[in-house]
Design a binder for this molecule. Sequence first.
Ligand code: B4P
Length: 199
Amino acid sequence: MLNIVLFGPPGAGKGTQSAMLIKKYDLVHLSTGELLRNEICQNTSLGVEAKRFMDAGQLVPDDVVIGMIENKLAVNTNANGFIFDGFPRTEEQAKALDDVLNPMKKPITAMIALDVPHYSLVERLLKRGQIEGRTDDTEEVIDKRITEYESKTRKVARYYEAQNKFYHVDGIGEVDKIFERICHIIDARYAELKQQQKA
Ligand code: B4P
């Protein structure tokens, strides 16, 4: 089973790469951003609450996001594995994820971070804002989202580093090239785990 956490600041390309990875490895895509936007579209009470935070560039409270992920894991018990896109974004979320996966003997395989400099993030997100009209892709909100990432999310990498599961790739360049870099890490990690199982 492959359980991959795709990590990086807003606009790093997590969603873009996840869409390709789920096809290649036959995994289930769990994007908390997408799940939250679906709730907003359907005007649910969860969506109304989440929108306030998202439009302010803030993280949605942990209990809301953790509950959503637990529900999705519970209805996908036969999956080959998952791509966690945009989750976990806090240490509490990372611990909650381990608390669900470890007892099932389906631990996180690797966290792969996409390294993208600040100016490229802003450029990409402003461009997406013009094309898709996402209300959180405005200059002011993008700044807040990146600040929120630096203060609350970046440290999640250390959580996986402590478990020897942290990897990172250059997230600049053609989408296909970045995809190759990520696949290289996943394939090597998978082979390593297979060796360990045999030993
Ligand atoms: P997300 O939906 O996760 O959005 P994201 O971080 O902006 O995007 P991502 O990194 O996936 O970038 P993408 O591939 O789209 O989060 C939105 C909000 O939801 C958060 O701010 C927060 O409020 C809330 N939220 C979500 N999860 C949460 C959690 N766990 N806890 C609390 N709150 C949570 O790429 C961006 C753009 O770059 C695209 O237009 C793409 O086409 C372009 N691009 C991608 N790769 C490129 C490349 N190689 N070169 C050039 N452009 C590229």
